[in-house]
Design a protein around this ligand. Structure first.
Ligand SMILES: O=C(O)CCC(=O)C(=O)O
Ligand SMILES: [Fe+2]
Length: 408
């Protein structure tokens, strides 16, 4: 009894000292890298970012299963690195099977539910919508990419342009609600899937709870590759995507602008939040017979002008794929990585968004395409991120100990 009391006292005391005398910066966070747990304090922990070299430069790397691979710099603005055969054929097959078992669902990024926030893009304030302004209005409200002919066809079918002058005035609009457009577009998109912003099927795999050996091996390999803790990767998002013929994903950014006033989205918070993904590790799980590469339309541009992107319709990969910019071809087992954000030099954590990472999936012309996005989630609350990772590390080590005991 006495021994027990003593140990409780010592234990409590230890935590008091830990909690009250240490500054936040001296708190230790324990994380796993290369199968080793290391503890560091807040100020010593920084997000890793691999170095790029001139484009075409090749660096040798070795995987945990002894395979020698090459990592090639594809571009410096943004930094894109490519590793062929990062996944074995068996691993690609396994991920596709896991995805199929889990059940893929349509990943159209339409905004039907937001129809009440239909914003008319009357850019020149002349109280009427030109064809170009209607195109932007529908793109913002419904995530569809229509050309002038499509819009004129719609005017004809829904009988909105009473005087046929190709302009929609306030009075012509007055008897139409977003619902009318929605009804028309719903039917239209069924026969024109290429007009969707994204046309594919997808499923989320769960790195944090999965006990799948192959999946965990891939996560560990990716953690070593990008030099980021396993805990960070396991708490991130892994999505498998399947595109059929005409499947595509128009150009977009994987992460939102840095904006400290808006919280990052997480499992609980899904509205009024921004997407915070430090980097994307992207896997190709099959060879596509024709089409289906990944395009970076503003790669190697000196600057990125978002107005120009819209004006030149660079988002529309049905028409432009890889030119201007860079195109990565789909190849079974290949991984490419890019950083959606820079590292903030002061905090060593999530910094400004890299606008050059604008990218998308080119249409599949023949065959199908299977890929996986591993989006590495980092917020601008370094301490909170580290606390979650540390807690997860403790959970993992407990699980490992228990597994060890069970196997004895
Ligand atoms: O399919 C591709 O090549 C790109 C997909 C993509 O960018 C995404 O899913 O976010
Ligand atoms: Fe993307």
């Amino acid at each position: 009894m006495q021994t027990f009391l003593l140990s409780v006292l010592i234990f409590t005391n230890y935590f008091e000292i830990y909690d009250y005398s240490a500054t936040e910066n001296e708190k230790q966070y324990c994380l796993t890298l290369n199968n080793e747990v290391k503890c560091e304090n807040l100020s010593n922990i920084k997000l890793s970012r691999l170095d790029g070299h001139e484009s075409g430069h090749i660096q040798s790397i070795k995987t945990e299963d002894g395979r020698k691979l090459e990592m090639k710099t594809l571009s410096l603005t943004p930094l894109i690195l490519e590793i062929s055969n990062f996944l074995t054929k068996k691993e690609c097959k396994h991920l596709k099977e896991m995805a199929t078992e889990e059940g893929l669902q349509s990943s159209e990024t339409h905004n039907w539910d937001k129809s009440n926030r239909f914003i008319l893009q009357d850019k020149d304030n002349d109280k009427r919508l030109s064809l170009e302004e209607m195109k932007l209005t529908l793109m913002g409200g419904f995530d569809v990419h229509l050309n002038k002919e499509d819009i004129l066809q719609m005017y004809k079918e829904i009988k909105i342009d009473k005087d046929n002058d190709e302009y929609i005035t306030q009075s012509e609009m007055s008897s139409f609600s977003p619902k009318h457009f929605e009804l028309y577009l719903n039917t239209f998109l069924k026969t024109h899937p290429e007009k969707h912003s994204r046309y594919s099927r997808q499923v989320w795999l769960k790195p944090d709870t999965s006990d799948d050996e192959v999946f965990n091996r891939i996560i560990n390999r990716a953690s070593t590759l990008v030099d980021l803790p396993v805990e960070l990767l396991k708490l991130s998002d892994f999505q498998v995507v399947n595109y059929d013929i005409k499947g595509h994903y128009h150009a977009h950014w994987d992460s939102s602008e840095l904006d400290k006033a808006t919280p990052c989205c997480d499992k609980v918070r899904k509205n009024n939040c921004r997407i915070c993904r430090y980097m994307t590790i992207f896997f190709y799980l099959n060879d596509v017979e024709d089409g289906g590469g990944t395009a970076f339309p503003v790669a190697n541009n000196d600057t990125v002008d978002t107005g120009e992107i819209t004006k030149q319709a660079l988002y529309n990969l049905n028409e432009k794929c890889g030119s201007p910019g860079l195109k990565v071809t789909a190849e079974k087992g290949k991984a490419i990585i890019w950083y959606n954000h820079f590292v903030d030099p002061k905090s060593g954590w999530l910094g400004e968004k890299d606008e050059h990472t604008y990218h998308g999936g080119c249409p599949v012309k023949k065959g199908e395409k299977w890929v996986a996005n591993f989006w590495i989630k980092v917020t601008d609350d370094k301490q909170d991120d580290l606390a979650k990772m540390h807690k997860y590390q403790q959970f993992l080590s407990k699980k490992k100990k228990k597994k060890g005991k069970d196997e004895l």
